[in-house]
Every structure is written in C-alpha cells, then in structure tokens.
Write a protein of this length. Structure first.
Length: 105
C-alpha cells in the first residue's frame, strides 16, 4: 500500500492516465500527495495546480499524517539552503529526509 491509510487512497495517490501525464490535467485524478511535506490534497480542476489540503481520508475516514512542511523549510534553512534560490538536495525532493519514526505507518 506504500504507507497510505487504505488501498483506495493508495490507488488515488498513484493514479496514472495515458492521456494526461500530470494529475492536475486529468479530470479523473482526485488526490495529490506531496511526499516531501507528507500532505494530501484534493485536486481542484481549474486549469492550474490548485488543491485543498485534507486531514482525513475521504474513503476510510482515518486521520492523515500531520504536515511536515514547516520542518522541511527549517531543515533546509539549517543547512543554509534557500529553496527559492538554491538547488534543493535530492533527499528533500521526496519523503527521504523524514526520520523513520515520523513517517506514516
């Protein structure tokens, strides 16, 4: 299941479409998961990259992990990295930087 709360959420997060390589372009894609922040969001199909953060799974009702967005920026700042101007190291592009005990079960 890849660490997601249920099979339905895993299917949505891993959605792929032959016609639309980007989930934000596919009307059938519903959920965006930002691994580096551990954030789930419902995609707003308005022609852009809008999404609304969610804290509970729409399918199983389980509480989703707390966002680690603030910690992500703090970790980069501690390393002297400004993500707006500097290259962000590869381990910060996904959830690799999050310690094992903080990752979703």
């Amino acid at each position: 299941m890849g660490g997601h709360c249920c099979e339905a959420m895993a299917q949505q997060v891993n959605w792929s479409c032959n016609e639309h390589p980007e989930p934000f372009d596919c009307p059938d894609a519903l959920v965006n998961f930002a691994a580096r922040f551990q954030e789930y969001a419902l995609i707003i199909h308005d022609g852009g990259r809008s999404a609304v953060a969610i804290t509970f799974c729409p399918w199983c009702g389980r509480r989703l992990p707390d966002s680690v967005r603030d910690r992500w920026f703090e970790e980069l700042d501690a390393r002297g990295i400004d993500p707006a101007q500097d290259d962000v190291p590869a381990e910060f592009q996904d959830g690799q930087w999050i310690s094992r005990e903080d990752r979703p079960k």
